[in-house]
Design a protein around this ligand. Structure first.
Ligand SMILES: [Zn+2]
Length: 92
């Protein structure tokens, strides 16, 4: 699906429509020092270490794509709920 780089969209902070910049959401880098990561690493150690089965055949063939809209006036960011797409492209 082709998505324009700029869209006229409602801003909840300005309470009007503004021409907003569109970006694609990307998950942040995982921190190895986070408590969940450390605990999981500890759980996986030793005999019978894998605590839950690794997905051999994932049911979904696509990922949910989330769009981030940024208002140029107040810099407020709003997300559009994720839509399942094979391919998403930002076009001018
Ligand atoms: Zn705004």
């Amino acid at each position: 699906m082709n998505v324009p780089k700029e869209m006229n969209r409602y801003c909840p902070k300005c309470k009007t429509h503004t021409l907003q910049k569109v970006a694609l959401y990307k998950a942040g880098k995982r921190r190895g020092s986070a408590i969940g990561e450390r605990r999981h690493e500890e759980d996986k150690k030793g005999y019978g270490g894998q605590k839950f089965p690794k997905l051999a055949k994932p049911a979904k063939t696509t990922k949910k794509q989330t769009l981030i809209f940024t208002c140029p006036q107040c810099k407020k960011k709003t997300n559009k709920h994720g839509i399942r797409l094979r391919k998403l492209e930002l076009v001018a």
